[in-house]
Ligand binder design. Structure first.
Ligand SMILES: *Cc1c(COP(=O)(O)O)cnc(C)c1O
Length: 364
């Protein structure tokens, strides 16, 4: 048996008729940019998250940079974030000439340790950007409280957590701005690149809509320096079909994640992910902490079970961020987790047989 890491093939086969019909409809209409599919997607995303505004855009990375641009983040400004994330989170800060200021992670769910944020706030701090890693949010109330005290906006990098809940509220609608990605392998994925930005402020939403379309208000009248950050209608059509099935997919993801965790409880070789009681994880990755990752992944790979590492090198130790002046030992928890973390196959189409083989192999 060869198990796919993320089973996009079975998912497509399952929704094929609906997806083909909607995508062909876009081709026939020749409405490739904006149009009814994008409008429908934005309305349904707003409904899904409870956010007043949902704005489709070209990727999770562009969602993040647009969020920073909408808040006027400028060269020299500091943005507080985590070093244990995909590079895009800090990359967009640096692209604007601003400075990513890292805070180590909590050793329970590997999200930013909110108790260490306040000591990093300076007069140059302009925003806090937590990441909802692996599909679970950090303690957003605590982060919002700190932000409020210092009059700072909070951008949730929710690129892995679309659909997750925190105290009954949806990820993406927990702070000033929420950003998500519809990259194919994310919990809700399209068939190319796509993303969305969420907020509750009318003026901010209008600015974001303008920024993602070259800063235009009226056509060829440019109020801001913007980017081409639009989502295309074909991606929106795919997402409109998948969103209808998404609640069911989340239920299955959580069921599979819980089963993994139950069966790995008290395992001496791997530590199952920890999910706080007041939230859910959509398990963008089901990542376990291994005592000996190399041996464990080899044994799994040998029987056709793929594994991945999210992420082996924390951002403060990446060559691209050398100029920030961090060194080994600065963020010990991020470094330790980077050495042991390993992701197992996860998708709502993972069969019982596949799940059992994975667990049995780990136990053996
Ligand atoms: C995937 C991801 C991004 C970037 O999303 P893209 O759509 O690939 O640009 C940003 N941050 C995190 C945490 C991600 O996992």
């Amino acid at each position: 048996m060869k198990i796919p890491f993320i089973d996009l093939k079975t998912q497509y086969e399952t929704y094929k008729e609906e997806i083909n019909k909607e995508v062909l409809g876009v081709l026939e209409s020749t409405q490739f940019i904006f149009g009814p599919q994008v409008t429908k997607l934005e309305n349904d995303l707003a409904k899904f998250t409870g956010a007043k505004h949902a704005i489709g855009c070209s990727s999770g990375t562009d969602a993040l940079i647009l969020a920073l641009m909408s808040l006027d983040i400028k060269p020299g400004d500091e943005v507080i974030t985590t070093p244990f994330t995909f590079i895009a989170t800090a990359e967009v800060i640096a692209l604007l000439g601003a400075i990513p200021v890292f805070v180590d992670i909590c050793d329970k769910n590997y999200n930013i340790d909110h108790t260490k944020i306040e000591e990093k706030i300076t007069k140059n701090t302009k925003a806090i950007m937590p990441v909802s890693l692996y599909g679970q949010t950090p303690d957003m109330d605590k982060i919002n409280e700190i932000a409020k005290k210092h009059n700072l906006p909070v951008i949730e990098d929710a690129c892995q957590s679309f659909g997750a809940e925190y105290k009954g509220k949806k990820s993406c609608n927990l702070s000033t701005i929420g950003c998500t990605s519809f990259f194919p392998s994310k919990p809700l994925g399209c068939y190319g690149d796509g993303g969305a930005i969420f907020c509750n402020d009318d003026a901010l939403a209008e600015k974001l809509r303008s920024l993602l379309n070259h800063g235009q208000g009226k056509r060829y009248e440019h109020k801001y320096i913007g980017i081409n950050g639009r989502i295309d209608a074909i991606q929106a059509a795919v997402l409109n079909v998948k969103l209808k099935h998404f609640e069911d997919e989340i239920t299955t993801r959580i069921k599979i994640g819980n089963k993994y965790s139950e069966l790995l409880k008290d395992n001496k070789d791997v530590k199952a992910p920890f999910v706080f009681e007041d939230r859910t994880s959509v398990y963008a990755q089901y990542s376990v902490l291994c005592n000996d990752r190399e041996t464990m992944s080899k044994k799994l790979n040998d029987v056709g079970i793929p594994t991945a590492v999210h992420y082996p090198i924390p951002l403060h130790l990446q060559e691209a961020f050398e100029h920030l002046g961090y060194k080994k030992g600065d963020f010990p928890i991020s470094e330790k987790v980077g050495l042991g973390i390993m992701s197992l196959p996860m998708s709502p189409f993972l069969t019982e047989e596949q799940q059992n083989l994975i667990i049995e192999t780990i136990k053996a």
